[in-house]
Design a protein around this ligand. Structure first.
Ligand code: CP
Ligand code: NVA
Length: 307
């Protein structure tokens, strides 16, 4: 049995198999063919943080695969009143067929997975957001770009860490520009650079958004204030001055470069209103792709269960 906790646990072949499945199931869904790949299965969805896209895409996704999703907010289940993660895992995984969790520390997700009888999917932690970055890759492929050169501008956070892993495993170029005090986790950087040796992925780090974006064919960013960092909002807004993705910055990228945003977006901070609206078709196609990419991931995990 495999869990989907971080991209680093998978080979390039495996990740591309998931993307292939996503594309195949997306094409079927667009023709209103709902193939019951996961008939009668239940997906437990535990949320310790807010969500719009992750909740709606997983719940709709499992339904379209012939199963059902259970939305379990930590405010409503005993986890929120102190029942241990490992007990929650041992109860829920005896009743459902797959679990998605959105939580804080990666170690909480790992603890759940250690005690779970069924595959567990990372629906965002403080360290990673792997289903989002698989979605972003699907969106890049659909745009016709076959040699991505991705520039990430902003906070060195869960989104950035998953970009590092994807770039390292698939072998494409990634340039990261963050303010000096908001760099990526050095341990995750080392792991990614280690993986990148096998694929010859070029991964570079700096603090100049212009350097990162120059000649890139994909530009992306994320909020400066992630969930759980609300108390740091004011100091972060000051520290990220100059890191907005706007038309001046996009002008340095390749002509027709894609702009991706995982959403929610904060206009006037990490992205200008003008740039956001100019790229709205891509951004909302990316949001829709959450539904399709995650169906590929769920079906792949289902197909790789020990019998
Ligand atoms: N991008 C993303 O994960 O959105 P939600 O927080 O709305 O799920
Ligand atoms: N970095 C953001 C991503 C939201 C989808 C957060 O963790 O809040």
């Amino acid at each position: 049995m495999r869990h989907f906790l971080s991209l680093k646990d998978f080979t390039k072949t495996e990740l591309l198999e998931m993307i292939d499945l996503a594309q195949k199931i997306k094409a079927q869904t667009k023709k209103r063919q709902f193939v019951p790949y996961m008939e009668h299965q239940t997906l437990g969805m535990i949320f310790e943080k807010s969500s719009t896209r992750t909740r709606v895409s997983f719940e709709t996704g499992i339904y379209q695969l012939g199963g059902v999703g259970l939305f379990l907010s930590s405010n409503d289940i005993q986890l929120g009143r102190g029942e241990p993660m490992k007990d929650t895992a041992r109860v829920i995984s005896r009743m459902v067929d797959m679990v998605m969790i959105r939580t804080f520390e990666q170690s909480k997700l790992e603890e759940f997975a250690d005690y779970s009888k069924v595959p567990v999917i990372n629906g965002l932690t403080d360290s990673y957001h792997p289903v989002q970055i698989m979605t972003d890759y699907l969106t890049i492929l659909e745009s016709g770009i076959d040699k991505p050169v991705v520039a990430y501008v902003g906070d060195g956070n869960n989104i950035t860490h998953s970009w590092l892993m994807l770039s390292a495993i698939l072998g494409f170029e990634l340039r990261v520009a963050t303010p000096n005090n908001y760099q990526c986790d050095p341990k995750i950087v080392q792991e990614a650079l280690q993986l990148a040796k096998k694929t010859n992925a070029t991964i570079s780090f700096g603090s100049d958004p212009k350097e990162a974006v120059k000649g890139a064919n994909v530009v992306t960013t994320d909020t400066w204030v992630s969930m759980g960092q609300e108390d740091e909002k004011e100091e972060r807004i000051k520290a990220f001055k100059g890191y907005i993705v706007d038309e001046a910055l996009m002008g340095l990228a390749e002509d027709n470069a894609l702009f991706l945003h995982c959403l929610p977006a904060y206009r006037g901070y990490e992205v200008s209103e003008e740039t956001f609206e100019k790229h709205a078709d891509t951004i909302f196609a990316e949001a829709e792709n959450r539904l399709h990419a995650q169906k590929g991931i769920m079906v792949w995990l289902d197909q790789h269960r020990a019998n």
